[in-house]
Design a protein around this ligand. Structure first.
Ligand code: DGT
Ligand code: CA
Ligand code: CA
Length: 364
């Protein structure tokens, strides 16, 4: 088939919407989901905020203190800590629905994915629009989550289209509409074009994709190198041949705690490690998972991180294995540890379902 049809689906204000799903009263209030950095107080950044909070100027990545200032007049504003395990749970359920409605499913991150739907829609954009609306409806009914979908002949345009109307948007760009859709848009809508690249174009007095098309591929290659130059040239024309590649989420669970004081003393760190072992074991059990990879993480005093992990011989969910392996990792990591450790984390990955059958093998 010449004409492909690809969806890009992106969940709206994702972490904040997850919080609204769990606590519907939040829907009418400004909600900020925060990554609190350490030891109490308001240090840290906003991961995301709902649209009510965004109206007051709150943005992802903003320091929590700034967000509080922006919302100082709103006494119903809510600031919540991130709960990644819960967001992953919601994400998995929505992704399952999307997967069932695709020929090929490519997971990109907790809140977005590409779906190839060419076969099931016979390359018909009318059928594809219906399918997209249906997927939105099912996700809304079953999970109460809204998302925005871009539908077009390729990943690039669909990605731009899903962001075109938000929240709860559906933007369909047929092949003959690609040019008129892209031309008026700002150059920075092209994925990968960041602030810096945009500034380079602003200096040349270029603002829109239409302006960008005045540059030929040689000029772009001179400016950005051949790879990026060609990418920008093609993107401005809506050309993208990247296939939707089958990709599933690599789920992992992690827990992290801030130590009472910075340290690199084995005995001191071990106390916290024991708590983490219990916590991660509980998470694995709650989700009926075994794991084959175990890792520990140091966030050092200068906030840089260091990780160390190992692959086990067999999948397991045993608390004893968690203790034994993480203690060894801690010992090994401390041998050449230079800086002090501020936060200690534990992570399990390479997960598999704990079924009656396989739980037996984990004892061998
Ligand atoms: P939107 O625009 O309705 O899609 O809103 P979000 O919040 O879904 O934004 P998106 O798709 O860019 O990012 C998805 C999630 O990634 C978001 O819920 C939180 C996280 N995230 C995004 N930007 C940042 C950031 O600057 N810092 C941190 N810590 N997390 C971020
Ligand atoms: Ca999103
Ligand atoms: Ca996203």
């Amino acid at each position: 088939m010449d004409n492909r049809i690809v969806f890009h689906i992106d969940f709206d204000y994702f972490y904040a919407q997850c919080e609204e799903i769990r606590t519907p009263e939040l829907k009418s209030k400004p909600v900020c989901v925060c990554v609190f950095s350490d030891r109490g107080g308001d240090s840290g950044a906003i991961a995301t905020a709902n649209y009510i909070a965004r109206e007051s100027g709150v943005k992802s990545g903003m320091p929590i203190i700034f967000a509080k200032k922006k919302l100082s007049g709103k006494n119903d504003a809510i600031f919540l800590p991130v709960d990644f395990d819960y967001y992953s749970e919601i994400s998995e359920r929505a992704m399952q629905i999307m997967k069932e409605n695709s020929d090929t499913f490519e997971y990109v991150g907790r809140d977005e994915a590409y779906l190839e739907v060419t076969k099931r829609t016979q390359g018909d954009f009318k059928k594809a629009s219906h399918l997209a609306q249906q997927v939105k409806n099912i996700i809304r009914e079953k999970i109460r989550l809204t998302c925005s979908i871009g539908v077009s002949p390729n990943k690039l345009i669909s990605k731009i289209a899903s962001d075109f109307k938000k929240p709860d948007g559906l933007t369909v760009i047929m092949p003959e509409e690609v040019e008129s859709f892209l031309e008026p848009l700002k150059i920075r809508v092209i994925p990968g074009i960041g602030k810096k690249t945009e500034e380079q174009f602003v200096k040349m007095n270029f603002a829109t994709i239409k302006d960008l098309k005045k540059l030929d591929v040689f000029a772009l290659n001179r400016e950005f190198g051949r790879k990026i130059g060609t990418y920008i040239f093609n993107s401005a024309r809506g050309i993208d041949n990247e296939p939707v590649k089958e990709r599933e989420p690599t789920i992992q669970y992690s827990k992290i705690i801030t130590l009472k004081e910075d340290s690199k003393d084995y005995g001191f760190l071990l106390e916290s490690l024991h708590i983490l072992c219990d916590e991660i074991h509980e998470v694995a059990n709650k989700n009926n998972k075994m794991f084959k990879s175990l890792g520990i993480q140091f966030v050092q005093s200068d906030l840089t991180t260091r990780t160390k992990s190992r692959m086990l011989k067999n999948p397991t969910n045993s608390l004893e294995e968690i203790h034994k392996n993480s203690e060894q990792l801690l010992k090994e990591a401390l041998i050449d540890q230079e800086g002090m450790v501020r936060r200690l984390g534990i992570k399990i990955s390479e997960l598999s379902d704990l079924t009656g059958q396989s739980s037996i093998t984990s004892y061998f």
